[in-house]
Design a protein. Structure first.
Lengths: 249, 213
């Protein structure tokens, strides 16, 4: 096994922050993956330009997964390349992990962690925190989870190599994603409660506001995520009509 | 323009530290203009509308940073509830333009990125495509923000005194619209049947806390 220098490993990790730099519909993360792994490939194939060329060629092919968990795949593939594994084995490994790493990252980060931290920050702002405190709270808390996930993923991938799937399964991450989503649900309730209780004076208007909010929530539940476009158009339409009314008046 | 361009990079191409979220981008824009509270208000409103949309796979999602910068600058140029309404309106328009420009950039990246099936791929070609993608994204964010600032400034100058609603009604209208994405987020977070109790608990604690304090 060729042991890459710590400098090359750190370089791969830092380049992983740019992995989506050339994201496209043909190779998706492929170009970014090849770009990130380049420092380690240069060490492994030192003095072997055709070998380096062939390795780059393989890694620039189609690949896609969650950008944060791409570090896990990068760590494991670096290990496999360093161990001199057969290119076909590495190709099959990448093919096998891209789907699970994509869906796991989506559940853990996009659906779980990000909305939960956004909602916690909004609740903080509604409770009276200053803009600086709100933004600092969001950035520090979110990126604590983000950076820990990247570092942990890269190390787990490097230590596990082709066996990283077993280590990943033993951690039961989907269960953790469910817990984060539960916290997000609690915080969503808190934000709705703070908005309605804080800014609306008790009385008939408050009852109307609560009823309309309930209708909106029910409508959102029916249309789900796919309704975001028409909701924007609907609100834009109402704002436009109010401006038009004011203009005519 | 520079703020919008730099923050837009964080959206997909570089890092994803979430400085591109409307909550952060809006507050930073407000800070730059000397009114961070206005920035937080606009950023928070846009965040409520964009929160249930996730950048899953190659799916389309609303752009966050340039629209938030445009929204805050517009609201700052037209003081009062009308400025907030106009800012949110332009923020929505620019989020859709941002989405479309991201799709266009990704298509362009496809023609710049090396295709292993078509011939040899050199390390220089891979690094070049990556840097070109980053540079184009920076340019895209800058042009988008600049256009938004020009349109926002022009509209703010022509709509002084036109908005007829009070602060309360304006914010009520915007919050009411945000209840629809909140409902969509409930579905994404597991639904009423599975986690409705947690939603109710959060709601009850927030209302009780507000009443007691």
């Amino acid at each position: 096994m060729t042991t890459p220098t710590a400098c090359a490993q750190v370089s791969v990790f830092l380049r992983s922050f740019l992995i989506q730099g050339s994201w496209n519909y043909r190779t998706m993360l492929g170009g970014g993956f090849a770009f990130a792994i380049l420092p380690i490939l240069k060490e492994i194939y030192r003095g072997d330009p055709p070998g380096l060329q062939a390795a780059i060629q393989r890694h620039a092919d189609h690949f896609n997964c969650h950008p944060y968990l791409a570090d896990l795949a990068l760590g494991a593939v670096c290990r496999m390349e360093a161990e001199g594994r057969h290119p076909e084995e590495i190709r099959r490994f990448k093919l096998a992990v891209k789907g699970p790493l994509g869906s796991l990252g989506d559940a853990l980060v996009w659906v779980g962690w990000r909305p939960a931290v956004v909602l916690a920050s909004l609740a903080l702002a509604l409770a009276g925190a200053s803009p600086g405190v709100t933004v600092a709270f969001f950035l520090v808390l979110y990126n604590l989870g983000h950076l820990l996930l990247r570092v942990w993923g890269f190390r787990l991938g490097w230590e596990g190599g082709s066996q990283v799937g077993d280590a990943l399964r033993s951690l039961a991450l989907p269960r953790q994603a469910g817990r984060i989503a539960g916290a997000g649900m609690f915080l969503l309730g808190a934000v709705v409660g703070l908005v309605l209780a804080r800014d609306i004076t008790p009385g008939p208007w408050a009852v109307l506001a609560w009823c309309l909010a309930a209708v909106g929530l029910g409508l959102g539940r029916q249309v789900g995520q796919r309704g975001w476009r028409w909701n924007l158009w609907a609100v834009m339409g109402v704002i436009g009509l109010v401006f038009l009314h004011g203009w005519v008046e | 323009t520079l703020l919008g361009a730099l923050l837009a990079l964080d959206g997909t191409a570089f890092g994803q530290f979430m400085v591109s979220r409307p909550l952060v981008a809006g507050t930073l824009a407000g800070w730059a203009l000397g009114d961070a509270a206005l920035g937080l208000l606009l950023g928070g409103i846009l965040e409520l509308y964009f929160i249930p949309v996730f950048p899953v796979g190659g799916g389309e999602f609303p752009e966050g940073a340039p629209p938030a910068v445009v929204a805050v600058a517009t609201a700052w140029a037209l003081p009062g509830p009308g400025g907030v309404a106009l800012g949110v309106f332009l923020g929505f328009v620019w989020s859709r333009l941002g989405s479309a420009s991201i799709v266009g950039l990704r298509r362009l990246n496809g023609s710049l990125a090396p295709d292993p099936a078509q011939g040899p791929v050199s390390p220089g070609r891979v690094a070049g495509a990556q840097l070109a993608g980053l540079g184009l994204d920076l340019l895209r964010g800058g042009v988008l923000t600049l256009l938004g600032l020009l349109v926002g400034g022009w509209l703010a100058g022509h709509l002084v005194g036109v908005w007829p609603l009070t602060w309360g009604l304006t914010l009520g209208l915007l919050v009411l619209g945000a209840s629809v994405p909140a409902g969509a987020l409930v579905v994404a977070l597991g639904g009423w049947k599975r986690r409705g109790g947690l939603f109710g608990l959060g709601l009850a604690m927030a209302v009780l806390g507000s009443l007691l304090l």
